[in-house]
Design a binder for this molecule. Structure first.
Ligand code: MN
Length: 381
């Protein structure tokens, strides 16, 4: 049985204020192309389908379309909810969809029954474990007398124990947790202080393949068969050197399993450009990539963002002014700045950068000056 393992689509996500929907649409089409070629028997999506519990309409439309195209193929789809999803909303209609070979984890209620499929080598059980917290396990297994000291590791261990997995068969778990040893990036939900949300990899020892979601860089933990496939797109500059991919898993007879990857090429890359303003500006390499520009001049360059946008229309972050000024502005913040009135801008600057709150008297004085410069339009806030 051949499987394609995906996770962390985060459909509807904004990165530094930029909507990723066009990039997501593009990459999902690429993924459908890979599926067309590989002809898997199943597609796994290991959580964080959406970026928000209540995703924007365009995100739902895009995912609905993707799911429909998957359903037209001869394959099964296994989906779980991640920490970014609402388990209830994601599983809407799931009992109906299971009739069309689309299996979505219901809200965690305790014992998980597998979805069993078969191939020439026998049965394969798919356990769909949605993202869970210790509190979910304590609530569902009240009779065990678990208290607030229950760790993530033990919570997931209990959830797995209750599955009563038959080790003689082939078993796949789809899960969305942070496994100890995984290398993080900046676009995951901030992890708990001191790593309390970490789960020990040995919890998954009983499974032939552990299809993980949650961590955004593709990586295996300890062995090939405990694996994060990673996001299909880069969602932060900390990921600029990642090679995003889909994971292809082939299970033959028990114990015979191969794991490979197929690289994904995005519509727009995400990368950092560093140098003096004149050099960066005159490179004249027009690109629609998402860039962060670090200007290393000693002094900030006036209107740098506006000028650079001619060359890098999708500039996301500008670090302007080298060591002496740590002036960081995202493009969206600048746009907001243009819309703000001068009074709001001065007030914000004094409050955030200088830690000064204006007295009524000073505010009045400031308004007078602003109105003198720009006219009566900005007299009131
Ligand atoms: Mn995620």
């Amino acid at each position: 049985m051949k499987l394609i393992h995906l996770s962390d689509l985060h459909i509807g996500k904004k990165v530094n204020g930029f909507s990723m929907i066009e990039d997501q649409k593009f990459i999902l089409i690429k993924i459908l192309g890979i599926i067309e070629e590989v002809k898997p028997d199943g597609v796994i999506i290991a959580g964080d389908i959406y970026d928000k519990g209540i995703p924007p309409a365009e995100a739902v439309t895009l995912f609905d379309d993707f799911l429909y195209k998957l359903s037209e193929k001869e394959l099964k789809v296994f989906i779980i909810s991640g920490n970014h999803d609402s388990a209830e909303r994601l599983s809407f209609g799931s009992r109906i969809m299971s009739g069309n070979n689309i299996f979505i984890s219901p809200v965690f209620k305790g014992k998980i029954a597998p979805v069993t499929c078969s191939d020439d080598y026998g049965d394969i059980n798919f356990y769909l474990l949605p993202f869970i917290k210790p509190i979910d396990v304590r609530r569902r297994f009240g009779e065990m007398g678990l208290d607030s000291s229950l760790s993530y590791s033990d919570a997931v261990r209990i959830a797995v124990d209750k599955m009563e997995v038959d080790p003689a068969q082939r078993n796949v778990i789809v899960t969305h947790q942070f496994v100890i040893g995984a290398e993080k990036s900046d676009s995951e939900e901030p992890c708990s202080v001191g790593g309390t949300d970490e789960v020990s990899a040995d919890v998954f020892d009983i499974f032939d393949y552990t299809a993980l979601g949650h961590i955004h860089g593709p990586q295996s933990i300890g062995k090939d068969t405990i694996r994060y496939c990673g996001t299909p797109l880069k969602y932060s500059f900390s990921e600029e050197h990642h090679q995003k991919s889909v994971t292809v898993v082939e299970l033959k007879e028990k114990g015979n399993i191969t794991v490979e990857t197929i690289d994904l090429c995005p519509k727009r890359e995400m990368r950092t450009i560093e140098g003096k303003f004149e050099d960066v500006y005159s490179m004249n390499l027009y690109t629609e990539d998402y860039v962060q520009v670090n200007l290393t001049d000693d002094e900030p360059t006036p209107n740098a963002l506006r000028k650079l946008r001619g060359v890098y229309p999708n500039i996301m972050i500008l670090k302007n002014g080298g060591r002496s000024h740590n002036f960081i502005l995202t493009a969206v913040e600048e746009e907001k700045l243009v819309q703000d009135s001068p009074l709001e801008i001065v007030e914000k600057f004094l409050r955030d950068d200088e830690k000064v709150i204006l007295t009524d008297e000073k505010m009045k004085y400031l308004k007078e000056i602003i109105s003198e410069i720009w006219g009566a339009k900005y007299e009131t806030d």
